[in-house]
Ligand binder design. Structure first.
Ligand SMILES: *Cc1c(COP(=O)(O)O)cnc(C)c1O
Length: 397
């Protein structure tokens, strides 16, 4: 067996879709990107959607559109993909890391307020692995302290709190279409917002700061004239080939979400009796869409004394599964202790214990739309075969 961590789902609809821009000859941002944006806005229930070349680009543009200033601070979770913090650095602002809750892998909302200073401009919560962050508490704090909120929804297309989609709680939400995410355009991202002002600025910033898009300009009578440049922008445009692919993937989205949730339920059912494995937690009222099914290797309560031993056995588990042809990965990274951030700001593991433990003990299991029952049963049976002993006295309880 060879079971990848994830696998994008493409069919003949995707092949037909990407042929269209190739046939028309218009391959940069154009009508298909616009269609993709309209579909996304309709799906999440936002007024505007602005496609970009990645979620990292979307976050960068969103923060620039909100006029984040050098020296200002943004609160970001300590356990996330590095991009969440890097975009703050791009604008010469400071990411202020907030530890997570180990149960949910999301921001620990009880620790946010103590991090707010007069330099704080906004909060950048992540809906980690597809589980919505506690947006009511985050919005309450943001309002109280006059901060903006930009949601990193890279992993959470389709995730909801009650009936409301992630991405529609803050001033803007940013999605990813990298192949590790729910639907994919190869690379790609999208900003959703209800603010016409943010959307207008984002459209300008993704296109070199030009006042008008190339496609609109080519359709106008004065298309031979170049645009005006009100801002210093980026080239963060999505190609029309990706836009067409995104439209085709949107048609499958409900099915993909259904598949992921259903396979997550299979894992819950089959793995709940393994006492050394902590399964993901889904709080009431939240729709988790399982971009990743992330467990914790938990044969004993972790402490600074036993963490390196537990980590070594977690790695043995991952190695054992790899030898059976099963891919796994840690959930994501404890960002503040990565060399760049720890060198620049002096962050140490003990300042973010939950994020650090999450990085050392998490295991993501394979999960994708189209995963067969045979494949999933094989993963389950191999996990159950894993055998290990703790060095110290038996602490399994
Ligand atoms: C994947 C991911 C990103 C980056 O998305 P790209 O489209 O690859 O730029 C940002 N934040 C989180 C939480 C992610 O998981």
């Amino acid at each position: 067996m060879n079971i990848p961590l994830t696998r994008p789902f493409f069919g003949k609809e995707e092949l037909e879709a990407i042929a269209k821009p190739l046939q028309s000859g218009w391959v940069v941002q154009g009508p298909h990107v616009q269609q993709f944006e309209e579909k996304m806005a309709r799906f999440v229930g936002s007024r505007e959607a602005v496609a970009t070349s990645s979620c990292t680009a979307a976050l960068h543009v969103a923060l620039a559109a909100l006029e984040l200033q050098p020296g200002q601070e943004v609160i970001v979770p300590a356990f996330t993909w590095v991009a969440t913090a890097n975009v703050v650095e791009f604008l010469h602002a400071k990411p202020v890391f907030c530890d997570i809750e180990l149960q949910t892998f999301n921001l620990d909302v009880n620790r946010i307020e103590e991090l707010i200073t007069e330099r704080t401009a906004g909060i950048l919560p992540v809906h980690q692995f597809g589980l919505p962050a506690e947006m009511d508490r985050i919005l309450f704090l943001a309002e109280k302290h006059h901060l903006w909120v930009v949601e990193d929804c890279a992993c959470a297309l389709g995730s909801r709190i009650s009936d409301r989609h992630v991405g529609t709680f803050g001033q803007a939400g940013c999605f990813s279409f990298h192949p590790r995410k729910c639907i994919t355009t190869g690379e790609g991202g999208m900003i959703v917002t209800d603010s016409e002002e943010i959307a207008r600025k984002a459209r300008i910033l993704r296109n070199h700061g030009a006042s008008i898009s190339d496609f609109s300009r080519h359709q106008s009578e004065n298309g031979f004239l170049l645009p005006e440049f009100p801002f210093m922008g980026f080239n963060y445009r999505m190609t029309d080939i990706q836009g067409a692919l995104g439209c085709a993937q949107m048609q499958r989205l409900q099915w993909i979400l259904h598949e992921r949730i259903q396979k997550a339920e299979q894992y819950f059912e089959a793995l709940k009796e393994i006492e050394w494995l902590r399964l993901p937690v889904v709080p009431d009222g939240m729709l988790h869409t399982f971009q990743s099914f992330v467990c914790l290797f938990w044969p004993a309560e972790p402490s600074w004394d036993n963490l390196s031993e537990l980590h070594a056995i977690r790695n043995r588990l991952m190695h054992f599964l790899q030898k059976q042809g099963i891919a796994t990965r840690p959930g994501t990274v404890a960002v503040p202790v990565q060399t760049y951030f720890s060198k620049k700001y002096g962050y140490q593991p003990h300042m973010f214990p939950e994020a650090y433990i999450a990085e050392k003990l998490s295991v993501t299991l394979p999960l994708y739309a189209g995963m067969t029952e045979e494949e999933q049963n094989f993963v389950i049976s191999q996990i159950k075969r894993f055998d290990f002993k703790l060095r110290k006295t038996a602490v399994i309880n």
